[in-house]
Design a binder for this molecule. Structure first.
Ligand code: O7M
Length: 233
């Protein structure tokens, strides 16, 4: 059975970095609000954070960020891509709602990424480098190395790199040193947790194969088991 409040149970509170235990982050793109909350409750003690993206925010309300933050660390995946002033406004509002981290695009340039880091006020900013879908090789892949270097220079906490191309995770690791690497594309997009983690990812991001499963807790446990086995190799 899920525990009541894993966030307080592990001492991860507002403004603190997310824990690193299972190394699995749930991408909660479920648009049925009730089911989304049920899935979150089912897996909150298993995953290190819950990532919320536009589908669930638009299907419910920004209040969902606050609700989820009572269960888990929350990363707002708004892939913010704008001028520094607008970036700063968006990041501040996400933090005000309870976000522990916010994901931004890097192609907007270093001034926008620095504005995000400043507005995050101690919370974590993650910068997208190469995207995991097939189209990610067209424009993001050629720029990924320089986006990763820029993320380091701007004081970001980490980057996003594709589990669908684990060798690219390894390439990004060589650039970012000990910055965090969060790796989406596991399961539904064809990537595996073990290959992304063994190539240098700190966390894998998993969506449909957990929240879309008939038994999300069992599905999450399966990924957590795979991640744990990889960590111990
Ligand atoms: O496991 P899935 O495919 O159902 O979900 C993957 C999640 O990761 C989903 O929320 C995507 O928006 C996100 N994502 C990618 O799939 N690919 C990327 O390159 C980047 C992200 C992401 O999280 O960016 C921060």
């Amino acid at each position: 059975m899920p525990t009541a409040n894993p966030k307080s149970g592990t001492g991860v509170g507002i403004g603190e970095n997310m824990r690193k235990e299972s190394r699995v982050i749930l991408a909660l793109d479920e648009v049925r609000e009730e089911r989304a909350l049920w899935v979150a409750e089912q897996v909150a003690d298993l995953v290190d954070a819950i990532k919320i993206n536009w589908p669930l925010v638009l299907a419910s309300s920004p209040e969902m960020i606050t609700k989820l933050s009572r269960l888990s660390s929350v990363i707002c995946d708004f892939k913010v891509a704008d001028i520094p002033n607008t970036v700063s406004l968006i990041v501040s509002q996400a933090v005000r709602r309870g976000a522990d981290g916010v994901i931004v695009h890097g192609f907007t340039g270093s001034d926008s990424v620095k504005a995000a880091v400043q507005a995050a006020d101690g919370r974590q900013i993650f910068v997208v480098t190469e995207m995991s879908h097939p189209g990610g090789v067209e424009y993001t892949a050629p720029a990924a190395e320089s986006l990763a270097r820029m993320a380091v220079d701007c004081g970001a906490s980490g980057i996003i790199a594709p589990a669908t191309r684990p060798e690219r995770v390894a390439a990004m690791r060589r650039i970012v040193g000990d910055l965090l690497i969060l790796s989406p594309g596991v399961g539904a997009q064809g990537g595996s947790a073990s290959s992304a983690l063994s190539k240098g990812a700190d966390y894998v991001i998993v969506g449909r194969s957990i929240y879309g499963a008939e038994a999300p807790r069992e599905a999450a446990m399966q990924v957590v088991r795979e991640a744990r086995e990889t960590s111990h190799q």
